[in-house]
Design a binder for this molecule. Structure first.
Ligand SMILES: NC(=O)c1ccc[n+]([C@@H]2O[C@H](COP(=O)([O-])OP(=O)(O)OC[C@H]3O[C@@H](n4cnc5c(N)ncnc54)[C@H](OP(=O)(O)O)[C@@H]3O)[C@@H](O)[C@H]2O)c1
Length: 241
């Protein structure tokens, strides 16, 4: 799919990785529906700065059931959907249920709801949805408990939707990055410990993630793939570390 002139909904994109992806897509002529939750000021600034016209900021708490479908309605649909918003923390598998449900709401149910809206029966135009996941989804054992489980569920949903929707010219794929930035709120922390799990020993360059996303969008035969962009991190079993 050509990007120029296409409408893109990207979630959690007021700052950090999502903001970079939004910028690169706008530079290629996309019209951006930029979603944010709390980062409204950053989002407003970014929308002003993006090249081109017609960009909009939409705020929604995707931890609340029903908000994702409403967000899709406010956006008015899109040619390209990028599910980027997520909540991350090292979470044990026995996290208290209410907290575990919040992870699943933001990391699985809300992106799934957007994928369902994207593939609604009324739709007639082609489209591509890209889920930004985590190298964790390709590793044999999940170390980060509930977080990893919520991302793995979305990885499986990516393949299921790809198979079901391929005849309608709707594509679904995902990128699975390794460590790019320290977690939000811990920006100054060193990444040396986490980089021990990466065979290349280097962080994933955010621009490399953008390249993979642009490749997915541009490659009309590609669907159902989860592409690791992680310096080989997915090849290492947690048990070996
Ligand atoms: N950073 C890394 O090294 C790394 C590694 C592997 C995978 N990833 C994945 O790559 C993507 C981007 O990474 P990132 O580090 O830039 O992500 P991030 O900063 O942790 O989160 C992205 C955005 O998600 C939004 N969000 C969080 N809770 C929300 C909620 N309840 N409702 C709606 N939006 C919510 C936040 O929006 P507001 O700021 O507007 O509240 C936040 O800016 C994520 O999917 C992440 O899991 C990142």
């Amino acid at each position: 799919m050509q990007i120029d002139g296409k409408k893109v909904l990207i979630t959690g994109a007021a700052r950090r990785i999502g903001a970079l992806v939004a910028r690169r897509l706008a530079e290629k002529g996309a019209v951006i529906c930029l979603h944010c939750h709390r980062s409204v000021i950053e989002g407003e600034t970014l929308v002003e700065e993006l090249p081109g016209r017609g960009h909009r900021l939409l705020a929604a708490d995707l931890a609340v059931p029903g908000k994702a479908a409403r967000l899709w309605g406010e956006c008015g649909g899109a040619d390209i959907l990028i599910n980027n918003a997520s909540v991350y923390a090292r979470t044990p598998a026995d996290l208290p249920e209410e907290e575990a449900r919040r992870y699943f709401e933001v990391n699985f149910w809300s992106p799934l709801a957007l994928m369902r809206c994207f593939a609604s029966p009324e739709r007639t135009s082609p489209g591509v949805a890209v889920n930004i996941l985590d190298a964790e989804v390709l590793r044999p054992a999940a170390q980060n408990g509930i977080y990893a489980l919520s991302r793995k569920a979305l990885a499986d949903a990516t393949a299921a939707f790809a198979l079901e929707q391929a005849p309608r010219n709707l594509r679904f794929a995902a990128v699975a990055p390794g460590p790019m930035l320290p977690p939000a709120g811990m920006e100054n922390s060193a990444m040396s410990k986490v980089l021990k799990s990466v065979p290349s020993g280097r962080r994933t360059e955010p621009e490399d993630l953008v390249s993979a996303i642009l490749f997915i969008i541009g490659c009309d035969s590609l669907t159902g793939a989860v592409i690791p962009v992680d310096g080989g991190q997915h090849l290492k079993n947690h048990a070996d570390l």
